[in-house]
Design a protein. Structure first.
Length: 353
């Protein structure tokens, strides 16, 4: 660990990266989330480093064999005017419900990449306007599965704050840097879509189309982190009025995670039934994989969409036409009906009394 008496320009520039990482990796206890915490006076950053200082990396990117060990450094910078004490640890990453990157809370033990990282010193104190380059070891288990294992290294500061009721609580603030570790072996990139709760929605106007709503999920069933595009193709019988719509630009989805959402497709005519096909067009999240072709996968379903509104209007028009035709026919018959013949006069004289 090598202290630096002053922050370099590169370290200062790393603050922006650190603040971005803070937003991505921020986590706290439930009590902390309910607390009204005053803005902290301390500011610190975390970035990949070396024994001689930051080396320009945005994340800890590795490709290692099962059983391999490496030593690396994390730079922790104190940008404030007072000393700070930080806790250093690593944790596993996951994809949140909104598609964001996050790490497990400190109360939950990591079981993957985060558990493979160890520090000789897990708590360090950093002088004002100083950076410490802290070494750590990463050991890949001999039985680690091939593919991407994602985590992060965190520098956390625990502070005392006051909640809305005036009680003192402990709040953990975290800043971190990502770990992108690929274990060598056979890769299996796979994003699988599925839809549920499909429904057709009619409009009161028979001359206007309706829309189709559905819920969707995209699961990363492979061993490579992926992003991509989710598209929907909707059509009537025999592909009638087929159209394709982009449903979502997918965020990075980590292996074993899934991304969920809802969609509504406007301008769909009821054609007795609608064929809905969801297709994922994956893209590599790792630039090294960009050249490799990635397979698309689809999920298909059919939902009923009888043209009830149009049928009702057609029935009313048919009934009105029938009534009009029947009325005209009755009037025509009346117009051509012959006048009745007069009754013959009685020529006989009445009998005399």
């Amino acid at each position: 660990m090598k202290p630096n008496p002053a922050l370099t320009a590169a370290s200062a520039a790393a603050l922006a990266v650190a603040l971005t990482a803070a937003a991505l990796l921020a986590g706290a206890s439930a009590a902390a989330q309910e607390a009204e915490v005053e803005p902290a006076a301390v500011t610190w950053g975390v970035n990949p480093s070396s024994q001689d200082g930051p080396d320009g990396r945005a994340a800890f990117d590795y490709e290692l064999d099962p059983g391999e060990t490496l030593i690396d450094f994390v730079g922790v910078s104190n940008f404030g005017t007072a000393p700070i004490t930080v806790d250093l640890y690593a944790s596993d990453a996951y994809t949140t419900e909104t598609g964001a990157f996050d790490l497990l809370p400190s109360t939950e033990d990591p079981v993957d990449a985060g558990s493979w990282v160890g520090f000789n010193e897990s708590r360090v104190t950093i002088a004002p306007q100083t950076r410490l380059d802290v070494p750590f070891a990463l050991t890949v288990p001999a039985d680690a599965t091939p593919g991407d294992h994602v985590g992060g290294i965190v520098a956390a500061v625990t502070e005392t704050a006051t909640d809305a009721s005036g009680n003192e609580i402990q709040v953990e603030r975290r800043v971190g840097a990502r770990i992108h570790l690929r274990v060598t072996g056979e890769l299996d990139p796979a994003l699988v879509p599925e839809s549920d709760e499909e429904a057709f929605h009619y409009t009161w106007n028979p001359a206007a189309p309706g829309d189709v709503s559905f819920e969707y999920a995209v699961a990363n069933t492979g061993n490579v982190r992926l992003q991509g595009t989710l598209v929907a193709r909707v059509s009537g019988p025999w592909g009638l009025l087929e159209r394709e719509v982009t449903v979502a630009e997918l965020p990075q989805i980590l292996p074993g995670d899934r991304y969920e959402g809802e969609a509504r497709l406007d301008g769909v005519w009821p054609l007795l039934y609608e064929h809905l096909e969801l297709t994922v067009r994956p893209e590599a999240a790792n630039e090294a994989d960009a050249a490799a072709p990635l397979p698309s996968r689809s999920d298909e379903t059919t939902l009923w969409a009888p043209p009830w509104t149009q049928a009702a209007v057609l029935a009313l028009l048919t009934l009105a036409a029938w009534i009009w035709a029947k009325s005209r026919k009755r009037k025509r018959r009346k117009a051509i009906q012959p006048a009745p013949e007069p009754e013959p006069a009685d020529d006989k004289e009445p009998a005399a009394a």
